[in-house]
Design a protein around this ligand. Structure first.
Ligand SMILES: Nc1ncnc2c1ncn2[C@@H]1O[C@H](COP(=O)(O)OP(=O)(O)O)[C@@H](O)[C@H]1O
Ligand SMILES: N[C@@H](CC(=O)OP(=O)(O)O)C(=O)O
Length: 569
């Protein structure tokens, strides 16, 4: 095996070697110079002494039978040769590439940074993904002969053909895909069913087309670019269609491919966001709505890039959803933890899992506005100065289901919590917020498991049925989680202010959860009161000088913090 030979040849000086008796992969502990055994299943990136960050080594251990590390050949050549390394990843969302004009502006924007050598990740144009999904749903029941007349299909065809035309490109770039799309919809109409697997294949046409168009345009204006379908270059995922997770093997695979091509023949890589390849099925998968952010951070980590930029249609991460409160302001600086909480608790601006690779690779993420590139945007890093921080952003997650579960057994009965959570585990349902007492639990259920972002009634009935075997259960629907993301070291100050506002607005909080996260306090209220609450909270915290006063006030830990997890029902 060539890679194993490379292992043998290079290991002593770079921190990896293979134990000749066990064939296990060993990595040197750089601080103590000891050799430690890597997990036989380890596939990933390890830093080596004397190697710059962009040249960390990719290690694969094959189940203890043979083990090798592979210093990426292309990476090595690149470092040794004259070709400068790829430096940043720039992701442009659907709104940034919604038309020919927008694509031209994005191309200009990329060219404004000639010193950078970016990897570009693109989403589907504008509302293409939504239209593909709608077309698929309609195809199930419209009959084969009516597929060609589906409004959503015509919209997608017109948008892409018009874009190609306005950019002065040959329509053959996308005509094959458009024909295939129509055939696929006819197939769905014939089968009268749309499985999750087919749904992923269907929506993949959006990113496959946008990247082909954009790469062709860059080439036309004399900027060498190369299009990639993520599922063909090593984005290996679980087989959870519509919500797949990226597997570790992805990192070495995409680094090898993108670096290799770049070194052999430099051209800006234009990669489809959102898509992957299921490791068992080998079929196209998607990473959940908004998944292109995750594609970008995965590439950033895989290549050890200097920065990950996600370009949106807003001036960065804002103090709240601008659709709820148009005067929301940009947040200049966030930690990965804060950004992950914001995303997980409903801020559509970032994909909930996208911070993970950036945090693991310790690569800054910059959220910028492609419509207003001058705006500084939001920088997301591992740490920031929290000494004066109070509240950073308010997030709303609506249409939440809450369960009140009261044990039918006596006080002090142990194992109750374990039984309750075992039921959720068995049914594959995740829980967002939890508050407990000795004999009861209140919790909210994660609605983002399915594409519709709602748990289906059948699933809920099943959960309740199972829980009723051990408890009295109240199912409370149409609730909202308002998350106050910020410095929980100042929780008493935040809560005092928040409860003051809510009391004045006549709102009763039904549950509070601070959880293990030290950056988020969640309040559960009724859906129909939630937007009003967010507006009132935003104006109280961000518009009346409260935060600047609080930031200036000397921080005293005495009586201002609720030190451990709080849980109030
Ligand atoms: N806290 C927030 N900060 C910024 N944008 C938010 C926030 N909450 C919701 N949004 C919405 O997220 C949108 C940007 O995310 P998204 O549509 O996924 O961008 P893109 O498609 O360009 O990647 C904004 O247009 C805004 O309406
Ligand atoms: N096109 C996909 C993936 C994506 O990330 O889109 P956007 O970057 O426009 O949110 C979606 O609409 O979900």
């Amino acid at each position: 095996m060539a890679a194993a030979l490379r292992f043998a040849g290079l290991s002593p000086c770079v921190g990896f070697r293979r134990d000749p008796s066990t064939s296990l992969c060993l990595s040197s502990s750089f601080s103590s110079n000891r050799w430690v055994e890597l997990s036989p299943r380890f596939i990933g990136t390890k830093k080596a002494p004397g190697y710059p960050r962009s040249r960390s080594l990719r290690v694969s251990c094959e189940r203890g039978v043979s083990a090798f590390f592979e210093e990426d050949e292309a990476e090595r050549q690149g470092a040794d040769g004259d070709v400068p390394q790829l430096s940043i990843v720039m992701k442009f969302g659907g709104s940034s590439v919604a038309s020919a004009q927008r694509m031209k502006e994005v191309a200009d924007l990329i060219l404004r940074f000639p010193e950078e050598r970016p990897v570009i990740v693109l989403s589907a144009m504008g509302k293409t993904t939504n239209n593909l999904l709608l077309a698929g749903e309609k195809a199930v029941c419209c009959g084969v002969s009516n597929v060609s007349d589906l409004h959503e299909l015509s919209f997608i065809q017109d948008l892409h053909l018009k874009t190609v035309d306005e950019l002065g490109l040959d329509k053959s770039i996308i005509s094959g895909l458009l024909d295939e799309l129509e055939q696929l919809l006819k197939g769905i109409a014939m089968m009268k069913e749309l499985t999750f697997r087919t749904r992923d294949y269907l929506v993949s046409f959006g990113e496959c087309m946008s990247t082909r168009v954009f790469a062709a345009y860059l080439n036309k204006i004399g900027v060498k670019a190369r299009q990639y379908d993520a599922f063909d270059i090593g984005f290996i995922t679980t087989d959870d269609f519509t919500n797949a997770d990226i597997l570790e093997a992805t990192y070495p695979a995409i680094a090898k491919r993108l670096h290799g091509d770049w070194i052999n023949n430099p051209a800006i890589p234009i990669v489809t966001g959102f898509l992957g390849k299921g490791w068992k099925s080998c079929a196209v998968t998607t990473l959940g709505r908004g998944g292109s952010d995750l594609t970008a951070t995965t590439i950033g980590k895989a290549l050890g890039l200097r920065e990950i930029q996600v370009w949106k249609d807003v001036d960065g991460v804002l103090t709240c959803d601008p659709n709820i409160y148009p005067n929301a302001r940009p947040v200049p600086h966030l930690t990965f933890e804060e950004a992950a909480e914001l995303a997980y608790f409903g801020a559509q601006v970032l994909h909930p899992l996208s911070m993970r690779p950036a945090r693991e690779g310790d690569i800054p993420v910059r959220v910028k506005n492609s419509y207003n590139p001058q705006a500084p945007g939001t920088v997301i890093t591992k740490e920031r100065d929290m000494s004066k921080a109070v509240l950073t952003s308010i997030v709303l997650k609506s249409n939440i289901t809450m369960l009140d579960i009261v044990s039918t057994r006596m006080l002090g009965q142990f194992g109750f919590l374990a039984k309750v959570f075992a039921i959720f585990e068995d049914l594959g349902i995740s829980v967002d917020c939890v508050a407990t007492s000795e004999v009861s639990i209140s919790l909210t259920l994660d609605p983002s498991k399915l594409w519709s972002r709602e748990l289906i009634q059948q699933e809920l009935d099943h959960v309740v049925e199972e829980l009723e075997k051990i408890a009295v259960v109240h199912l409370l629907q149409h609730r909202s989680i308002i998350s106050l993301v910020g410095n929980v070291q100042r929780s008493s100050l935040i809560l005092e202010k928040a409860f003051n506002v809510l009391r004045k607005n006549g709102v009763n909080v039904q549950m509070i959860s601070q959880g293990a996260s030290k950056v988020n306090i969640s309040l559960i209220v009724n859906d129909d009161e939630a937007k009003q609450c967010v507006k009132a909270l935003h104006s109280a915290f961000f518009e009346n000088g409260f935060l600047s006063e609080a930031e200036e006030a000397e921080f005293s830990g005495n009586g201002t913090t609720i030190p451990s997890n709080i849980s109030v029902m």
